[in-house]
Design a protein around this ligand. Sequence first.
Ligand SMILES: NC(=O)c1ccc[n+]([C@@H]2O[C@H](COP(=O)([O-])OP(=O)(O)OC[C@H]3O[C@@H](n4cnc5c(N)ncnc54)[C@H](OP(=O)(O)O)[C@@H]3O)[C@@H](O)[C@H]2O)c1
Length: 321
Amino acid sequence: MRAAYVEVANPADPLAALVVGERPDPEVRQGWVRVRVRAASLNHHDVWSLRGVGLPPERMPMILGTDAAGTTDEGREVVVHPVISSDGWAGDETLDPKRSLLSEVHQGTLAEWVVVPERNVVDKPAALTFEEAACVPTAYLTAFRMLTRDAGLWKPGTVLVQGASGGVASAAIQLAKALGHRVWATARTEAKRDFARSLGADEAFEPGARLPERVDLVVETVGEATWAHSLKSLRPGGTVVVCGATSGANPPADLNRVFFLQLRVIGSTMGNKEELAGVMALMERAGVRPRIDRVVGFDALPDAVAALTAGDVLGKVVLQP
Ligand SMILES: NC(=O)c1ccc[n+]([C@@H]2O[C@H](COP(=O)([O-])OP(=O)(O)OC[C@H]3O[C@@H](n4cnc5c(N)ncnc54)[C@H](OP(=O)(O)O)[C@@H]3O)[C@@H](O)[C@H]2O)c1
């Protein structure tokens, strides 16, 4: 089958590590299910994999991709939940110390077929196209958990989303609006700030801008480039939820501000299968549809990966294998 994979990682030049070519058709183990991938979406996770982050040489070659929507051999239209817990694990998949995301231990979704445990598929909502549904399992699921379980908000408030054009960030803007919050965003260019407004942000600012007032919650995926601003933007008792650190993972902690203002710093990773079904139900009912920058075939995938690496994407990129 045709697939996009990494054989030798390249920390400095992720695009140079991308291979589009033939891989063996997957074998279906007992208790697993084969999904014909109708659409798969890219995430920054794929860039990290090409750089070799979390992917040691002994696991190569590894097919990229965490997200897919497709059809099982029985014709069931499904969305794949990418958090693979270990056999016998009960409870929240994301808390299993032996969990992995698709494309970390098991082959990923940027391929014609993917095999996953039977428990890792959920029904695709009829309202979402395969392309839209393929955007949900990482970006929208993660943003959903950040805005619900991890937000510490039990009434509408003001939410700041950093780095608005990213996959998780654009999802967070849309979902925060759907949950009734006032949403502010930052982005590095005016075109990206316009994009944020078009997603429903009430206002969009330059990175580091002084905001009209302090916010209840910051959704943080950017890391070092925005962390200081995130802490400074919070009201006393406010919460920053962080799921990623694209620009660097070791900003000054500013502990004086954290304890003096009683800030909550919450780490967040993906979501469980029930949350995946939950975010899709919210999207269906609230009319939230992922914003897709482009849909590509394998031939245009390298250009799309280059754009994602450069931060030159508005929302999501989708592959039709
Ligand atoms: N823990 C989890 O479960 C989980 C789940 C999903 C993602 N993540 C992580 O979260 C991060 C975002 O993922 P994604 O797929 O949404 O990535 P993405 O689509 O590539 O978005 C990254 C965004 O971050 C901003 N950014 C990047 N470098 C920046 C810099 N130097 N200065 C300012 N802003 C910068 C950009 O925002 P603007 O250009 O718009 O300003 C960019 O659009 C990644 O690090 C990813 O690994 C973690």
